[in-house]
Design a protein around this ligand. Structure first.
Ligand code: EPU
Length: 418
């Protein structure tokens, strides 16, 4: 377990650069296996999920190397297995993208049910429904997901019953090498979906409409390696913005894409935070207690569920009562239960949290149970009066690139405990 000791009441000031998108990286890294020749991916975030994925690819026979900081080269020419390492697969969620990739490459795949954050039920029925619609057999046996098709060919239309990041990506990956046209309707609309489509198209694929609710894929017989730079991470940017606001700081974020942050910018402004944008820079300033606001998570481009934990942590010290409704995940309020230890006043009623803001939080020992929860607790600890211990920070390391180090560079007093 990774623990942090945090001295509170620090005001974050300065400039910090946002890393590459976790979701882009975790779909583009397996997608590189669809080509015959090596790809170079730039701006790869230095997070533990990426390291685990690199190891899974190596075990499948691919060569994965870091050529310089943030640059990864993947040579798929030695790919020789359609069975992924079970233990590694269970350490992360995105490992299930190997189902789509290996199905496309070998006509079959065996991948254990994936791991990932414990934030309520995480079914994969839409992935399986999609594979079946493409003509494959798909089943779950003894904890293993098995997909198989004698030949993937023909024109297919898949309507997804729910807006899902994972199934949209998996079906894109499974379809690019298939003979014929695939139409994915009610597809997820997110910048990382567009980033993946751009990567696939740079490898020679024909993917149209990514970023809208209808994605049309015209299969091609083969793909070649390419060079691609990953977009910046919107969830990390949102987390840094909230941290600046909660610590009443003045922070400039570099390497952002403000269009991907519209919902968090709007909510922070509604709460009284000053935000200035210029090209890829966003400056966040706050010199007073924020006002209460209501938040409801939605699929992108709505208020992203991954922004909810940091935002609701901020609202525990807002002036007034805020209502936060989480519509995507059943159990994504554990950080609020932990914040009660720091003096937050919160009542959780199903998928809605009613937060009565208090003037300040006080340091305590709190435990992060998932990626965004751990980051939210660290932000609260930096703002609180007194010292806090945040345990479970390994969850944050899975998806944030050296978050504690970035906060230290802005003046935070955080120590990693052995
Ligand atoms: N869903 C289904 N059936 C499916 C797939 C999804 O009912 O087959 C439901 C889910 O239960 C959920 C909703 O659809 O209610 C959205 O699920 P989605 O497939 O979008 O989630 P995911 O792909 O498993 C990714 C991120 C999550 C992020 C969600 C936002 C990865 C590795 N994870 O999860 O990120 O919250 O999209 O929809 O890409 C995080 O990084 O903090 C994190 C948990």
């Amino acid at each position: 377990m990774t623990c942090l000791r945090v001295r509170g009441q620090t005001r974050l000031t300065g400039t910090v650069s946002v890393g590459g998108s976790k979701y882009s990286a975790l779909s583009i890294i397996p997608a590189a296996l669809l080509a015959d020749t090596p790809s170079t991916i730039e701006n790869v975030p230095d997070i533990s999920d990426v390291a685990v994925f690199a190891e899974i690819l190596r075990q499948l026979g691919a060569k994965v190397e870091y050529t310089r900081q943030g640059w990864m080269t993947i040579d798929p020419s030695g790919l020789n297995s359609w069975v992924a390492d079970q233990l590694l697969v269970k350490r992360m969620r995105a490992s299930y993208y190997l189902l789509g990739v290996l199905l496309a490459r070998f006509g079959k795949a065996e991948v254990a049910l994936p791991g990932g954050d414990d934030i309520g039920p995480r079914p994969i029925d839409q992935h399986l429904k999609g594979f079946r619609a493409l003509g494959a057999e798909a089943s779950i046996e003894h904890g293993l997901v098995k997909v198989q098709a004698d030949r993937l060919a023909g024109n297919h239309s898949i309507y997804l019953d729910v807006l899902t990041v994972g199934a949209t990506i998996n079906l894109m990956l499974a379809s690019v090498l298939k003979e014929g046209t695939t139409i994915i309707s009610n597809a997820y609309r997110g910048p990382f979906i567009v980033d993946l489509a751009n990567f696939l198209n740079a490898m020679g694929a024909r993917v149209l409409g990514a970023g809208t609710e209808t994605i049309r894929i015209q299969g091609v017989p083969k793909l070649h390696g390419c060079r691609h730079a990953i977009i910046s991470d919107q969830s990390e940017a949102a987390t840094l913005m909230v941290a600046a606001a909660m610590t009443r700081g003045d922070v400039t974020l570099l390497n952002t894409i403000p269009d991907h942050l519209e919902s968090i910018i709007a909510k922070l402004q509604e709460a009284g935070v000053t935000i200035d944008q210029c090209e890829d820079k966003i400056r966040v300033r706050c010199d007073r207690r924020v006002s209460a606001v209501n938040v409801k998570t939605l699929p992108l481009p709505g208020f992203f569920t991954d922004f909810q934990a940091p935002m609701s942590a901020l609202l525990t010290t807002a002036d007034g009562i805020s209502m936060v409704t989480e519509t995507i995940w059943d159990e994504r309020f554990e950080h609020l239960n932990q914040l009660v230890r720091m003096g937050a006043q919160v009542r959780i009623d199903g998928r809605t949290a009613i937060i009565q803001g208090v003037p300040y939080l006080t340091g305590a020992e709190v435990h992060g149970t998932d990626l965004r929860a751990s980051a939210a607790l660290l932000i609260a600890a930096m703002a609180a009066r007194g010292e806090s211990i945040v345990t479970g920070f390994e969850h944050a390391d899975r998806g944030y690139e050296r978050l504690d180090e970035k906060f230290r560079s802005l003046g935070a007093q955080i120590e990693r405990l052995p």
